[in-house]
Design a protein around this ligand. Sequence first.
Ligand code: UDP
Ligand code: MG
Length: 311
Amino acid sequence: MKTVLFVVPVFNEALNLTTFLKSIQSVELPSCDYQICFIDDGSTDHSWEIIEEFSRSNLQVYGVRLSRNFGKESALLAGLDSCEADAAIIIDCDGQHPIETAVQMINIWIKGNVQIVEARKKTRNDSSFIYSYFARMFYSLFSYLSKLDFENATDFRLLDASVVRALKSFPERNFFFRGLSTWVGFKRTTVEFDVLARVYGHSGWSIWKLTSLALNSITAFSSFPLQLVTGAGVVFLGVSVLIFIRALIVKFQGASPDGYTILLFTQLFAGSMMMISMGIVGGYIGRIYEEVKSRPRFLISETTRSQRGRK
Ligand code: UDP
Ligand code: MG
């Protein structure tokens, strides 16, 4: 019998965990065994105590506790790292990812034709207008730069063991899960689902975390911004030549130069262009610095007993 591992990142989800576990236990999974790995990503509420309790009373459940909040991507990596099952399903425990969709994914995977089943959003009813506007803008920019299709993509997906192995072999620190699990290729299909509203609490993503994820993922998948710097330099050079020619003409006509405004403009414009370009180049150097340091992507402070027993 095949085994499926639910990989569940948890950040301050104490109020959602029990409902989530019950929802998995209440569905009939198509002829396969399952395990659940909860990764506590440095929660400050009592999520970890609940996970410990779950693993005491359920053989199928184990928990991994990270030493601090490393972010969802790292939590997912920690979960996939522990995966010995035939497939892993990445799922949120806040009630936004319907368990019925996970069952649908297993049904598709078990037939053996595909190795990745991605869930795509049909609708999204939890986010504010501004959030969805920026999310849409980011994903169109990202899709354009990386040439990967990200329209309505989510992290909610089933990965066959072969895909999990491939992902585990990635050495990069800057791990953008959704991007890389698409980049790897493999035979894939999609299912659609309605994103439900969060049951308790609010999204753990601050604007800062989201912006930094957006910047990290763009620099991880495309060097186009660097070419943009060169492009802007060329355009600026062209404009400077025109301004220079005009200044020469004015000079030979004997008129007194009236260049103050244009001088001020070019100075300020050149200055800002330089700073933006340095920022873009600096962003890439920063990424290289992070990669070269090769620090671990997550640190585990403890695991539940059943996990220790398993290994
Ligand atoms: N999460 C995490 N670490 C974080 C932020 C979130 O492990 O730093 C988990 C969270 O507990 C949830 C999942 O990632 O199970 C998705 O997070 P959230 O619901 O906050 O994001 P959204 O649904 O808004 O994308
Ligand atoms: Mg959520």
